[in-house]
Design a protein around this ligand. Structure first.
Ligand code: NAP
Length: 309
């Protein structure tokens, strides 16, 4: 079974090919031109593919390598077949871990201790209060946001969540829509963004939102870089309105070497590594879903093209 792979990331694709040889040797990842288009049953893509899939007559399913599909949906010629986000159990576990680590690091300001060690100075600071004194709000209660919010709840944080449609989750104050966002912000000490990029979420994290947070709140963005206005963030950090920002995603990736974010004292940057599953886990999911699609079974994690995620 030939799966067309459209990606410039040759190293990662090579790892997947090697993993598939062990897990499901009947599936071949092929490049454009390697086999006749009529033999291709699925496509695996990580970038806009404008027009490149429209001429393949036997495509059953499209797989997105990225959990964020905003760039793909920009293509009006994308075939009207299921588009699946390959979110795995590993993706979820890794994101939960990333969120937990950075929530703790932000709440207890461990980044200042890391700086003190570099400067060889001991600074006891004030004793830490318990997690229950800290309001953490998770924007996006989807495949990644909901498990992260539940984990924080179970660790004793005061957790709120925000989504597009209403949710009921025990022990988590749930809000939705623009009005819900305004209600949630004043009690938020740490804001975690796990939103997809859509017309509605682009630039959502900006000055007027920062000003509704308690003075000195922290931000963690592992959703999409374009959800956050960087100029407004720098201004909020400089004024102290935001005390610290942890950023895993950026409008331009890799983050350009001349970006202010590299050296800003209030910013921690990580290179879009919050939740990337290992090749074996990734191709296992690919193999399972491809076989399901060919049998006509129902797939999960299908993108809602109208909602844009
Ligand atoms: P998902 O399952 O599609 O969930 C998206 C969540 O966002 C849903 O709860 C949805 O609300 C909510 N949402 C969407 N538009 C909204 C709006 N206008 N207002 C309020 N809530 C809105 O996505 P996911 O798998 O959790 O992934 C989220 C994002 O994380 C991805 O799009 C990707 O960009 C990013 N990501 C980053 C990494 C990394 O390594 N940094 C890895 C994987 C993914 P409803 O529940 O009401 O639909």
């Amino acid at each position: 079974m030939n799966v067309l792979v459209l990606s410039d990331d040759h190293e990662t694709v090579g790892q997947w090919r090697a993993a598939l040889e062990h897990i499901d040797p009947q599936i071949c990842l092929v490049r454009e031109g390697e086999v006749p288009g009529s033999t291709i049953v699925a496509a695996l893509v990580d970038q806009p593919v404008r027009g490149r899939l429209a001429a393949l007559p036997h495509l059953h399913v499209l797989f997105s390598m990225m959990a964020g599909v905003d760039a793909l949906l920009d293509d009006p010629t994308l075939p009207p077949i299921p588009l699946v986000r390959l979110v795995t159990h590993d993706t979820v576990a890794l994101m939960r871990e990333y969120v937990y680590y950075h929530v703790v690091r932000s709440r207890r300001r461990f980044y200042t201790i890391e700086e003190d060690q570099r400067r060889r100075r001991w600074n006891l600071g004030a004793p830490s209060s318990s997690p229950s004194s800290c309001g953490v709000s998770v924007l996006g209660l989807g495949r990644l946001g909901l498990p992260s919010a539940i984990m924080l709840r179970d660790l004793g944080y005061r957790v709120a969540g925000w989504s597009r449609t209403p949710k009921e989750v025990a022990g988590i104050r749930s809000f939705y829509g623009p009005v819900g966002l305004q209600e949630l912000l004043p009690t938020t000490n740490i804001l975690v963004c796990l939103l997809p990029l859509t017309i509605e979420t682009e630039g959502l994290l900006r000055a007027d939102l920062f000003n509704e947070l308690p003075f000195g709140a922290s931000i963690i963005n592992a959703g999409r870089g374009q959800c956050l206005n960087m100029d407004d963030l720098i201004a909020a950090l400089d004024s102290g309105q935001i005390s610290h920002a942890t950023l895993d995603v950026f409008p331009m990736e890799p983050l350009p070497s001349n970006s202010t974010l590299w050296s800003h004292a209030g910013v921690t940057v990580t290179p879009h590594i919050a939740a990337e599953p290992t090749p074996d886990v990734f191709v296992s999911r690919l193999s399972r879903d491809l076989r399901k699609a060919l049998r006509g079974d129902v797939l999960t994690d299908i993108v809602d093209r109208r909602a844009g995620y």
